[in-house]
Structures are given as C-alpha cells and as structure tokens.
Design a protein around this ligand. Structure first.
Ligand SMILES: C[C@H](O)[C@H](O)[C@@H](O)C(=O)CO
Ligand SMILES: [Mn+2]
Length: 419
C-alpha cells in the first residue's frame, strides 16, 4: 500500500471520531517550532574557549561536533531536510560571529555580529529567537553570580549584555519580519545553604528591570523569563526560582512573559499541568521542550507520555498561537544531527497526535461526569492509526517518513567524521 492509500484508511477511521486529519496537517505545518543551535556543538558557542558553566553540562564525546559557524549551519540545514513542519532558528548570544578576528566582549555585542545568522535565516525563510548568554564566561562575582551578584561592576557588565541582546532581537525581528522571543535565564545560585535568599533575587529583579528598560516593541521583541529549580554546583538555591520567574512575568505582563522549561522542576511536577494554569492568566507563554532524567534537564525529546500531554494542553486549549515552542536539549553521546532530528520529529509527532484526538468529545464526557466512557474512549484513541497520518504528513512537508537515519549515516561518513 502507498502512503496515500494508508492515509485514506486512517482519515476514515479518524472521521468516525469527528477528527479532520486534513485540517490537522494543514494547521501543524505552519506552527513554528524553535530549533536550538546549541545541540550541534555541545553549547560551546564561538566567543570563548572556556568550559561550559552555569549549572549545565553536556556529557559524551561522540565525534563530529560542529566547530565553526559554517559547520553548524551545514548541520542545521541537514536537520531541516529531515524534519517536517516549520522551523524557527534559536540562537544564543555566544554564537556571535566575529569577522577578521575583531572580537568584542559580551557587553558590546551588536547586530552586525549576527549578520551571517540573519542571512542564513532569510535564506531559509525562518524567524529567529534569541538568548543572552549569562554563562560560560569569565565575568563572575566572588559570590559566583552575574545578574544577582553583589559585585556592581559584574552586574553592570551583564545588564549591558542583556540590553545588547534586546537591540539584537529587535534587529532580528525587523530583518526577518517575524517576532523574536528573547529568553532571560541565568544559572545564578548557591551550592550550599544560603545565608541570604532574598538579596540575590532583589538584585536579579533589578537587573531584569534594567535590561528591559531598553526600548522595544513588545509585539516584535518578546522577552521571557525562564526559571530553574537547581543546577550542577548550585544545588541548594537558584535566584531565578519558579516563583521568582512567574511573579516577575505576572507583574510585568506588558513587557515580558514566563518561560517554562519542562526540565526545570521537581521530578513529580509536570509542565503539562502548568500550561493551562498559566494560560488562564497570560495572553502568551513560552516553553523549552526537553526531557528531564534524574539530575539532567536536557535529554533528547522523545514521543513519550509527558511530551504528548504537553502538546495536548496546547492544542485542546486552542493555544497554538499563544504558546511559543522551543526545543532545549543537548546530547554529545550520540550523533548530534540525529539527536536534533529525533527531538524535533518527536515534538512534531506529539503535536500531530494532539491535533488528531477527539478533544471536544472527550471534554464533553468529562464535563458530563461520564468518567467510565472517558477512560474507554481515551484508551481507544491511543491506538488509532496515527502512524499512517504521520507518514503522510511527512510526505506533505517533503521530509522523509522513513530512511532518514540512512541519510544521517551517510552525512556522518561524508561530513561529520572528517572534521
Ligand atoms: C542552553 C541552556 O540550556 C538554556 O539557555 C537554558 O534555557 C536552560 O535550560 C538551562 O538549563
Ligand atoms: Mn531551557
């Protein structure tokens, strides 16, 4: 049977539940998902040679890491050729490209240092999201912090960095014609029991206030504040805790929004439950989509239960245009292009799966208190012929339904292994 013939069967099956598969495909192929540049080079960036700091760590030593902007762009292009859906590029400030060795410090970054990325994005007709890089850099206070530091010269440096990033985000939005989400995350925190929990948070709050005092149009530049419960080396305390980040966003709704990274919470907390809670209050929210495993917040996204559940909350609450979706994981123990591809495809699967569920029918059962049938129908929906629609969706998007891993093997042999 051809992909089309299988799709026809699936379409009829889904129609019995009132689900329009054509409509789902048409919607999903236009939903932008941010592809994070940092999976390709283990979050190294191009503006410093030091170790990865800020409480995050990449483990593994798989050969073929991208070492130059050209290699990173080549790898991103490879991923884009293997995934369905609409890609948006997600850059960290540490990926600035300095021409002719003319380097500048992070507090002096300008749009011109990202011109090659803008050209790359325009060539591929995609928008750009951006992140100031408040980690992996030698400007740190004696307290180990940056935006929360007691050292005013350190804090000033990083506030200036944040302001540069607002200007650069503005340039991205202007150049691409697509709004830029600019995410603020710092790894500031403490390894052991704090003597002062509020001081660093007050300084962090003031730092964000100062960064966001840089002029921008909130419909074009969308700052977000990302929380984190702990990091490696900052196990006891983080300045940007969940309550801090959420409160900041809630009290500054006219100029920023919250960003939830589903790897940044206690292991029994689920972001799928937090999405609808925040949608009750915020016009727009942002996500970092990842897969937490014990202490690590950054395993490759899979088509697993919580990933499906998060997508369901976005789709069944009609919030596809209110939730900015970005991937955030990094694995150096396997082929990096494959890691990128698997994660992107997994989120596409989760979104397609959510769009193919009889959401209105299931909601009606819940509202009517018909929990017995709700369980029965939810279980029936799990085994609808999703794979046939997924294959057809890939065909519609011009991406391979199968055989894409052979492409990666070839790319590894021809390109990555020669680096
Ligand atoms: C590169 C980081 O993962 C990213 O900026 C941040 O979002 C994070 O999740 C840190 O754990
Ligand atoms: Mn994140």
């Amino acid at each position: 049977m051809t992909v089309e013939e299988k799709y026809k069967i699936a379409k009829e099956e889904y129609a019995k539940y009132g689900v329009d598969t054509d409509q789902a495909i048409e919607t999903l192929k236009n939903v932008p998902v941010s592809l994070h540049c940092w999976q390709g080079d283990d979050v190294t960036g191009f503006d410093q040679d030091g170790p990865l700091t800020g409480g995050i760590q990449t483990t593994g030593n798989y050969p073929g890491r991208a070492k130059t902007p050209e290699q990173l762009m080549q790898d991103i292009e490879k991923v884009m050729s293997l995934v369905p859906g609409k890609v948006k590029l997600n850059l960290h400030a540490s990926y600035a490209i300095f021409e002719d060795g003319k380097t500048v410090t992070r507090d002096k970054l300008e749009p011109k240092h990202f011109q090659k990325w803008v050209d790359f994005a325009k060539e591929h007709k995609m928008g750009i999201d951006f992140n100031p890089t408040f980690f992996s850099y030698p400007v740190v206070g004696a307290d180990g912090m940056n935006l929360s530091s007691t050292d005013e010269s350190v804090r000033k440096f990083w506030i200036e960095h944040g302001k540069c990033c607002v200007r650069i985000s503005n340039y991205f939005a202007e150049q691409t014609g697509v709004p830029t989400v600019m995410n603020i995350w710092t790894g500031d925190g403490l390894k052991d029991i704090p003597a002062d929990r509020m001081g660093p948070r007050m300084r962090y709050k003031d730092s964000i206030d100062q960064i966001l005092s840089e002029p921008y149009d909130f419909s074009k530049v969308k700052p977000t504040v990302e929380s984190k419960v702990f990091g490696i080396g900052v196990e006891s305390y983080t300045s940007g805790s969940a309550e801090f980040a959420l409160s900041y966003a809630a009290f500054n709704r006219d100029k920023c929004m919250p960003l939830m990274d589903n790897g940044h919470y206690h292991p029994t907390e689920v972001v799928s439950d937090k999405i609808p809670a925040l949608l009750c209050f915020f016009p727009e929210i942002a996500l970092h989509i990842t897969r937490p495993v014990r202490w690590d917040s950054d395993h490759v996204v899979l088509f697993d239960d919580e990933t499906k559940e998060m997508a369901k909350e976005i789709v069944r609450n009609h919030a596809v245009n209110r939730v900015h979706m970005a991937l955030d994981y990094f694995d150096a123990s396997i082929n990096r292009v494959s890691a990128w591809t698997v994660g992107f495809r997994s989120w596409q699967k989760a979104m397609l799966n959510a769009m193919l569920l009889p959401n209105d029918h299931l909601k009606e059962l819940q509202d009517a208190g018909n929990f017995t049938q709700l369980m029965v129908d939810q279980e029936a929906a799990r085994i609808l012929p999703f794979g046939f629609v997924w294959d057809y969706y890939n065909e519609v998007c011009g991406s391979p339904a199968e055989g894409w891993f052979d492409e990666i093997r070839k790319y590894e042999a021809d390109v990555q292994s020669k680096r």
